[in-house]
Design a protein around this ligand. Structure first.
Ligand SMILES: [Zn+2]
Ligand SMILES: [Zn+2]
Length: 679
């Protein structure tokens, strides 16, 4: 570090240049803005020796708001570093899809190749299995038409078809070889990235492209190898399966005379033996990749034409976008005609990867309001004239969008919110634990006192009918999702469209919750939703809204979810401080976190929180957990008290800069040991 800054001092603008590089790398938007305001030419500054520009640093680190800032200052979007890499390649390599989205919207060149290996941005994304990035890169080449998937399938069956887009250009893009003839499909297949292999195949990646001897690369598999040879070397059963289901040849030999099976044997991939030995008898059903997202091109075109930034914000908007409740509606979904702002539609198309099926053609995405399968968006009349794209000409875009007034889901869409970059559906709600928002609308009520056996800090079950258990029924999960939405969002019931918005938030949390509980979220071993519920008949009046939204039916009676939390068996939660215990191998089996802890406002101070935590410890012990963690906001005293009295102790806290960056109160990480004594 010191060395770098000394080297830099031989340049005229070195010290401010270095400061900009640091700001770009660390994601310090305010510092970057101040420096660029002072001298816009700094945007082109490169560090001596490695020649990474600030654009490269911010792209590689995923700071998309700084990327926007630099592009707004006129920096060359396709600038290369010493090895010929563009910022787009680095963003793809690290899976920062929001940066890729920004660069694509600004028309970055996706054809540039790396000097060292001849790879394009597509190769970098495929190498690391970043399917969202792959999809965004090819945004301009995949039409927003309902027949796309059928056209591509018929082609693979060898039948003629009429096309309404240039298949040839897409084919060239997807199958462009890097040095040694290696395609994106080879790379994804070798590294076992099933989702990326699936997507590339749907986009026309060829199964018969073969590698070539070019004398420069070390090739352990042999020239003349197909993607299936590469998958066989990598050893992923699923990758081989999907390639074979799309008719990859099992008998083709590479330059060494090896079939895929022989490659698998030479790498001791025993699990592939049977799969690669004979063609499957029955044709498997071929499903479209969940990343296909047909409407993407239509919304990218609209965004380029009329902007996508905060300038759309209209303070007195009467009919705002129902997803963010903040910006004016500028686009409409073809078919159901629901209206959204460009930002939300863009976000929807870039992140759509759920397993839930839309009512529409393959690759359409579900309308957040009616589940209609959206294939394209069209611009609403007047969208262009009402919007001025200030960010293109000025660097002072609004930084105050993440105010406390917007809900969590809206802040996901604001420039300062960091999202996780895995390709699973991200939890729409913050994992912040136990926030009780003050709320004047609901008077606090007590459980019927005749049934109430425990004090407010008792660890015992409060009432005989308070049920504490892991949710299994979808009905109960939905009730829990609704409780979370009303607990974690400041919802003003007088806002226009609020009920649609709440419905939308609950639907999203429900889908995400189902996905987590079903074990489909990458990085999580096991997730359980643990609820506290009581019969409807036990709730006294004054809680009508709670009763109607958090009700479910079980064993012949209506019950109300009054408290809920998630128990997550995993190494870390996205965007949160990671616990230290236990150390070493196996920590992913014995470490767990509580998240989404909440108790209905109407029933706070009834000891429900204590009961829930006690129950979750028992479940954790059944799972073999030894160390249980929970994150709590530093300023949330009631929650801290709850955890400390439940046996948690302080382990760590979040650096202040990270809290600022994520625009939230600083978090504290609390730990407790799960001991034998519990049972
Ligand atoms: Zn919106
Ligand atoms: Zn709709």
């Amino acid at each position: 570090m010191r060395f770098l800054s000394m080297m830099g001092s031989s340049f005229g603008c070195s010290s401010t240049g270095e400061r900009l590089v640091s700001a770009a790398r660390d994601g310090d938007v305010q510092e970057a803005m101040a420096l660029l305001e002072y001298n816009p030419r700094l945007a082109r500054y490169s560090t001596f020796g490695v020649r990474n520009s600030p654009l490269h640093y911010s792209a590689a680190q995923g700071h998309h708001e700084i990327v926007s800032l630099l592009l707004g200052c006129g920096v060359d979007i396709n600038i290369r570093n010493y090895r010929g890499q563009t910022a787009l390649m680095q963003a793809c390599q690290h899976g920062h899809w929001e940066v890729v989205q920004t660069l694509v919207l600004y028309n970055a060149n996706i054809h540039r190749v790396d000097y060292l290996n001849g790879g394009t941005a597509l190769h970098f994304a495929a190498l690391n299995g970043h399917s969202r990035c792959i999809r965004l890169l090819l945004a301009d080449y995949i039409p927003s038409t309902p027949s796309f998937w059928d056209v591509m399938r018929k082609k693979s069956n060898g039948r003629e078809s009429k096309n309404d887009f240039d298949e040839g250009v897409l084919f060239k893009m997807v199958n462009q070889p890097a040095d040694g003839g290696i395609t994106a499909l080879h790379m994804a297949a070798l590294n076992g990235h099933v989702d990326s292999v699936h997507l590339l195949l749907d986009l026309g990646a060829s199964l018969s492209e073969i590698t070539v001897e070019d004398g420069t690369t070390i090739d352990l598999i042999g020239a003349g190898s197909t993607p299936l040879h590469y998958a066989a070397c990598g050893g992923s059963v699923q990758c081989c399966q999907i390639l074979i289901s799309r008719s990859a040849s099992l008998t083709v030999k590479n330059a060494n005379g090896w079939t895929p099976l022989m490659v698998a044997r030479s790498w001791h991939r025993d699990s592939l033996e049977e799969l690669l030995s004979k063609q499957p008898e029955s044709r498997q059903q071929i499903l479209p990749s969940p990343y296909l997202s047909l409407p993407l091109r239509s919304i990218v075109k609209i965004a380029r034409e009329c902007g996508w930034k905060n300038s759309e914000f209209v303070p007195t908007c009467l009919d705002p976008c129902v997803v963010c409740l903040e910006r004016k509606c500028t686009v409409t979904a073809e078919g159901c005609n629901h209206e959204f702002c460009t930002r939300c539609a863009l976000y929807l198309c870039s992140t759509n990867c759920t397993s839930s099926i839309a009512h529409g053609p393959p690759g359409s995405i579900a309308c957040p309001l009616c589940r209609h399968g959206i294939v394209s968006f069209t611009m609403l009349p007047g969208a262009i004239t009402s919007i001025k794209e200030i960010a293109r000409t000025s660097i002072s875009f609004s930084l105050c969008a993440c105010s406390g007034e917007v809900s969590d889901s809206a802040s996901m869409l604001t420039p300062l919110r960091k999202s996780d970059f895995t390709c699973t559906l991200i939890s729409p709600l913050s994992s912040s634990s136990f926030r009780s928002l003050s709320c004047q609308r609901f008077p606090s009520i007590k459980l019927n006192s005749s049934r109430c056996l425990g004090g407010s800090e008792s660890h015992e079950t409060l009432t005989p009918s308070l049920n504490l258990k892991e949710a299994v029924l979808e009905d109960e999960l939905l009730a829990a999702a609704r409780l979370r939405v009303r607990s974690f969002n400041k919802l003003d019931h007088s806002t226009y469209g609020i009920h649609d918005h709440i419905k939308y938030l609950a639907e999203r949390e429900f889908e995400a919750l189902k996905e987590r509980v079903a074990g489909r979220r990458v990085g999580f071993r096991k997730v359980s939703c643990i609820n506290a519920s009581i019969p409807l008949s036990q709730i006294s009046s004054g809680a009508d809204e709670l009763c109607s939204s958090c009700k479910f039916y079980e064993n012949g009676e209506d019950r109300i979810v009054i408290g809920t939390l998630d128990l997550n068996q995993c190494l870390r939660l996205p965007d949160e401080i990671t616990g230290k215990r236990p150390e070493g191998i196996g920590a992913d089996l014995t470490r767990a976190y509580l998240s989404n802890v909440c108790v209905a406002k109407e029933l706070l101070r009834n000891g429900v929180g204590y009961s829930l935590i006690a129950r979750s410890k028992i479940v954790a012990q059944e799972w073999g957990i030894t160390d249980l963690y929970v994150h709590v906001a530093d300023d949330n005293d009631p929650a801290k008290e709850l955890y400390l009295k439940s046996g948690f102790i302080y382990e760590n806290d979040e650096p202040a800069w990270q809290a600022r960056f994520l625009d939230r109160p600083r978090r504290i990480l609390l730990w407790t040991e799960i001991s034998e004594k519990l049972c």
